[in-house]
Each structure stands twice: as structure tokens, then as C-alpha cells.
Design a protein around this ligand. Structure first.
Ligand code: SAH
Ligand code: F3S
Length: 481
């Protein structure tokens, strides 16, 4: 493990070289947000140093890890069903150990060991460096739990093992935790307080990815615009920093600039932006660098001022609309996507209409829409009754999904007839004769393979579309290639 850590600090090769001597097999499954998928790559790296190679075959695993999500009740139910499946496999492989990682581990702690007999190990999102000790515990027949949240853990010194990678696009985490306390959200409880990762370690990781053939990175955080590095420590403790630390602090637009300059041909994306923390500085930096993609995931959750307030989203509908106008002034072809929640406690039909009219104003490129799911321990669960009947939540959800589909089609049609730069990610899921890639706006583009290869930047003439996909034909390499 030591070796892997040293390598990442120097920005050298990815952590793949510890594999040859490894004898045990790790099967790891991830659910939920991109951050969980990225965390699983860190876990695989730490375990590579402990004698484990990853396998895609559950049947041959010595250790099964499931990286879990608590964001909605359904996410937890899915994981509990998977545990049943692991239980069935364990009948034929009695030595197989099972660990639960991530947000469910943090939320339920020891309760998981009691409720799910199959589980040997429970590890929260800030405790992955303790895995070597925890594995030793379970190897010796004891159960093991570490759900301690940290003030400074960012895993900045661990070089992730890229799992299920297409070799072209990768996630790089830049902050952990969240301080926003949206009243519906379990994340501040499961992932702890917000802290930022050293920009040098981020740039090293991006450099290393480039050297290994990657062409696109997505910088990840629950709230990327709140990124702030002043030498370490919690975001909320910035007041305690020295004048020197404050003067040399790096914020998100500064980080974007550092990464964009370090690898001018690497495509850069980021997620997620919270409207209350997004500054125009970031948008200006996006406009300044060609390699930063013209796409912002900007969840709003509701179009009603009353509901936004009850959710503790610290902006108004008018402020959000102004932000959208400003973004489009600076980057006219910037794609914008949303997350929405229907049926938050007390939501009236009028509030719902406000959501629909805000969608009409923005005409999002696409979106992720959910019915409200009460999460134990959150402020909303403690203070507000989950009073919107399930059929009403569903009906409103269907209405916003239907409207989003119309808007998605409106947006994809605007691309038809244009020639756009696409980074090829791999074969299209539907046809082996076609490539799949994305344009700068993050819209999927599908076109005949011809002699092009995955990882190449090509110009594609768009000649047709569905609401989710652009169809076209490559007309040559782009100058970025
Ligand atoms: N950090 C992101 C959101 C992370 S959670 C942000 O700034 O918005 C991803 C999405 O899940 C949220 O945007 C929200 O739409 C949804 N979500 C979170 N908690 C939820 C809940 N209790 N019920 C339904 N949807 C929820
Ligand atoms: Fe959750 Fe709000 Fe943070 S949605 S992750 S508390 S920005």
C-alpha cells in the first residue's frame, strides 16, 4: 500500500502494478452517485496493497464489498436485495466475507450487523484507509465496524485503480462531504462535513490519467463550487486560517484553471453545482478555456420559493432564473440539467405548477427527477410530516418527466445540422458498428465507426436525434486530436 501512495504523490503510474502477487479476489459493486463509483476505485487501490485483485465474477470472490447509497429508501431496498443474493452465494463459498461500505454503512452502523446476518464488516465513507485492519479482524473471525467521520480525509494520496473503465473518461474527486444541510438530504449525515482536496494532488491525478491515455475527467463533489483549499481543514474553519493561507487559497474557479492549464487537451467536466454557491467567476473560467465543457448540472429541486425555503435551498426562484440568464449570456450554448423532487412535505398544486413553469423557462437539456422519500434523521423528517400521498407524488413526477422529455427533444433538435466535436468513449450499446461519444454539452452522439478509434476526438455532422441521443456521421478528426 505504501508504494501506491507514494506513486500518486509523484503523479506517476496508476496503481495497477501491485497485482501480480495478489492471490485473493475482491468483487465490488457500487450504487448511487458518481462519488461512490469513484470511492470504490480508491477502495480497490487500498485492497490491491492487501493482496486482493478485483474480479467481475461474484462466484469466485473471497471478499464481496457493496458500496451503498442512502439517498432514497429505494436505494437501500436495492442493496438489501443484493445482500440476499450474496447470502445465496455464500452457501457455496462459506469462507467468503461480505462488507458494506458507503452511506448505508454510515447511516445504520452496527444495526447493519444485527439486521443483515450475512454482513461481516461495516465501513463508512471516511474509513477506507482502515480497511487493512478491518480485513484482518474479519479474517480472524470477528466482525468489524469503522464509521468514524473525518475532518480531513480526502484520499488525496491514494491513486485509484480504475474499475470497469472505458480508458477514456474518469472521475476525480475534489471535495468530500457537504455543509449545506438541505432539509431532505441524508448526505451531510453520511458523508460528514465538507473538506477540499489539495489541488496539487488533483493536478497530479489528472496528469497521470492523461499519461495513461485518458481524455476526459469529471471533477466530483457534492457541491463543487464550494471547493476551497487553504492548506487543509474544514471549509467552515476558514476563519481560523492565517492571512497567508487566505491570500494563497484556491477556490473552484482557481482549481478549474489549474487543471485546464495543466492538461490543455484533456476535456474537463464537473459535478454537482449548487445554485447558491455557483459564482460567475466559474462560468467565466469555463468560457476562457476550450477544454472545459459547456455543461452545468444545476439541481434546483423545486420552482416554488416557499418549497425552496422549506428545503433550506438558499436561493430564490428569481435568483436561479438570473443565474441561468447570466450563464447563457457568458456561454450561449451551455447545456444545463436539473434534479427535481416532487411531493416535498406541504407541496401544493400551485407549488408544483411553479416547478413546471420554471422548467418551461429554463428548458433543461435533461434531468433527474424523484418523488420525495423521507430520510430518517433529516430536518424534514424531524419537523415535517411526509403528507403528500404517494399517488399525488407519482402524478406530479410523471408530469415533470413528460415536460422534461419535450424539452430534451427541443434541445437535441437544436444540434441537428451542426458539426460538433465528439470524444469517442466506446461502442454504442445498441450497435457494434457504431461509436458512442459525447459532445461538449454532454449529449450522447452515435455514429458509424469507420476507421476511428475510442479515445479520439472527431467532428461529427449531426443529422438526426431522439430526445436523448444525437445521430450523425464523422467528417474527420477535430483539431484537438
Ligand atoms: N449535492 C447535490 C445533490 C446530491 S443528492 C445538490 O447540490 O443538489 C442527488 C439528488 O438526489 C438531489 O439533487 C435530489 O434531487 C435527490 N434527493 C436527495 N435527497 C432526496 C430525498 N430525500 N428524496 C428524493 N430525492 C432526493
Ligand atoms: Fe444534499 Fe444539499 Fe448537500 S442535496 S449533498 S445537502 S447540497
Amino acid at each position: 500500500m505504501e508504494k501506491v501512495i507514494d506513486e500518486s504523490v509523484q503523479g506517476a503510474a496508476l496503481a495497477l502494478d501491485t497485482k501480480e502477487n495478489n492471490t485473493r479476489k475482491l468483487y465490488i459493486e457500487s450504487y448511487g452517485c458518481q462519488m461512490n463509483f469513484s470511492d470504490s476505485e480508491i477502495v480497490a487501490s487500498i485492497l490491491a496493497g492487501e493482496g486482493f485483485n478485483t474480479t467481475q465474477e461474484l462466484q469466485e470472490a473471497d471478499l464481496v464489498l457493496v458500496n451503498t447509497c442512502s439517498i432514497r429508501e429505494k436505494a437501500e431496498t436495492t442493496v438489501r436485495k443484493r445482500l440476499e443474493k450474496f447470502n445465496a452465494v455464500k452457501k457455496t463459498r462459506p469462507h467468503m466475507k461480505v462488507g458494506v461500505l458507503g452511506c448505508m454503512a454510515e447511516r445504520l452502523k452496527n444495526k447493519l450487523l444485527e439486521e443483515e446476518k450475512i454482513v461481516d464488516m461495516v465501513v463508512g465513507p471516511d474509513a477506507y484507509k482502515d480497511l487493512p485492519n478491518l480485513i484482518q479482524e474479519i479474517d480472524e473471525g470477528r466482525s468489524a465496524v469503522n464509521v468514524i467521520l473525518s475532518k480531513d480525509e480526502t484520499y488525496g494520496d491514494v491513486a485509484p485503480v480504475r474499475l470497469n473503465s472505458n480508458g477514456v473518461t474518469a472521475f476525480v474527486s475534489i471535495t468530500r462531504g457537504c455543509d449545506n444541510m438541505c432539509t431532505f438530504c441524508v448526505v451531510p449525515f453520511t458523508r460528514g462535513r465538507e473538506r477540499s482536496r489539495d489541488p496539487q494532488s488533483i493536478v497530479s491525478e489528472v496528469n497521470s490519467l492523461w499519461e495513461n491515455g485518458y481524455k476526459e475527467v469529471t471533477l466530483l463533489g457534492q457541491n463543487v463550487d464550494s471547493y476551497l483549499w487553504y492548506g487543509g481543514g474544514l471549509k467552515k474553519d476558514i476563519d481560523k486560517a492565517t492571512e497567508m493561507q487566505k491570500a494563497t487559497a484556491v477556490n473552484f474557479s482557481g482549481l478549474l484553471q489549474l487543471v485546464a492549464e495543466a492538461q490543455p487537451k484533456m476535456r474537463i467536466r464537473f459535478s454537482t453545482s449548487n445554485p447558491q454557491d455557483m459564482t460567475l467567476d466559474v462560468v467565466t473560467t469555463m468560457a476562457k478555456f476550450n477544454n472545459i465543457c459547456n455543461y452545468i448540472h444545476l439541481p434546483v429541486q423545486s420552482g416554488s420559493d416557499r418549497i425552496l425555503k422549506a428545503m433550506n435551498r438558499l436561493h430564490t426562484r428569481a435568483e436561479y432564473k438570473k443565474l441561468i440568464d447570466d450563464i447563457r449570456k457568458i456561454i450561449p450554448d451551455c447545456a444545463i440539467s436539473q434534479d427535481m423532487i416532487t411531493g416535498f412535505p406541504t407541496e401544493t398544486e400551485e407549488d408544483h405548477q411553479d416547478t413546471l413553469s420554471l422548467m418551461e423557462f429554463v428548458k433543461y437539456d435533461y434531468g433527474f427527477m424523484f418523488g420525495y422519500s423521507e430520510r430518517p434523521g433529516t430536518m424534514a423528517a424531524r419537523k415535517l410530516e411526509d403528507d403528500i400521498p404517494e399517488p399525488v407524488k407519482k402524478k406530479r413526477l410523471q408530469e415533470i418527466i413528460a415536460l422534461q422529455l419535450q424539452h430534451s427533444l427541443y434541445r437535441t433538435r437544436l444540434h441537428v445540422g451542426k458539426t460538433e466535436e465528439v470524444l469517442i468513449e466506446g461502442p454504442s450499446k445498441k450497435s457494434d458498428a457504431h461509436w458512442m461519444g459525447r459532445n461538449s454539452q454532454n449529449t450522447v452522439v452515435v455514429f458509424p465507426k469507420e476507421n476511428y478509434k475510442a479515445g479520439e476526438f472527431v467532428n461529427v455532422k449531426i443529422n438526426d436525434c431522439t430526445s436523448a441521443t444525437l445521430l450523425g456521421k464523422a467528417v474527420g478528426y477535430s483539431e484537438n486530436n
